[in-house]
Design a protein around this ligand. Structure first.
Ligand code: BTN
Length: 243
């Protein structure tokens, strides 16, 4: 891939993100921003990550030029709104830009049940580092699991720089809704969350205790309601994904 036009991206998103940085390769953009005392509004984009971090301690693979992999610094403020809603804000932003996408609770971005993006947040009071990896242009053989896909493999071809600017703008809007406790964030989340109404198995910790039941909704804290009991964390598996 050619070197990105970072200035073009910066100009397009300055209202929300005043400091956009780009590197060709790094270990993990989340780790870089955690180690750097970067101010809220900073974004770090990488064309390649050699030690990307995924949820539940998993590895996240970012082959060169295949993903929009980036992290951003968000200000928590003195009395932050529910953090469960913070984690869904960037996933809703992806569905704003990619209307074919839907969300598996809490924030797995999927197309037809296959994952196209992952989101990982790290609290570093009074900041939070939010990292996202979106599979933009992957080769089938580079997909980490059979249940993953990429925009290009779904027939969605984007210009990397325009897509980056669109995603960052949508994220700016959605993070602002989170900060302002705007109920529209959850209204829109519930519209695109395919977990609602599903029979699920919730793995509370990897390979450990599971809960089974019907998802009756998502509460105002962004927690999943399984048979009306709220759960804040865990890995959800849809038991009948095609229904
Ligand atoms: C998941 O496991 O679903 C979350 C994956 C998050 C990956 C992104 S890529 C940019 C940022 N840097 C990292 O090391 N991880 C996140």
């Amino acid at each position: 891939m050619s070197v990105r036009n970072v200035q073009q991206i910066q100009d397009a998103v300055a209202e929300y993100w005043p400091d956009v940085r780009w590197v060709e390769s790094t270990g993990s953009t989340n780790a870089d921003l955690l180690n750097d005392n970067a101010a809220p509004g900073t974004v770090l984009i990488a064309d390649e990550q050699t030690a990307g971090k995924g949820r539940l301690g998993r590895q996240w693979v970012t082959p060169k030029g295949s993903q929009l992999a980036m992290s951003m610094v968000v200000d928590l403020g003195d009395t932050p709104p529910p953090l469960g809603l913070l984690s869904i804000a960037p996933s809703v932003a992806v569905t704003d830009v990619v209307p074919q996408a839907q969300l598996k609770w809490p924030n797995d971005v999927q197309i037809d049940g296959k994952k196209i993006a992952g989101i990982l947040s790290a609290l570093d009071m009074p900041r939070v580092i939010v990292g996202i990896g979106i599979n933009v242009a992957m080769r089938t053989e580079d997909l980490p699991v059979e249940t993953a896909t990429a925009l290009n493999l779904e027939g969605i071809d984007v210009d990397f720089d325009d897509f980056t600017a669109d995603i960052l703008t949508a994220m700016g809007v959605r993070f602002r809704q989170w900060q302002e406790r705007d109920p529209q964030l959850l209204v829109d989340y519930r519209k695109v969350c395919t977990t609602i109404g599903q029979e699920v198995r919730l793995e509370l910790r990897e390979g450990e205790e599971t809960v089974r039941g019907l998802v009756t909704g998502i509460n105002d804290e962004g927690e999943v309601l399984i048979d009306d009991t709220a759960y804040a964390v865990g890995d959800v598996h849809h038991l009948r994904p095609n229904q």
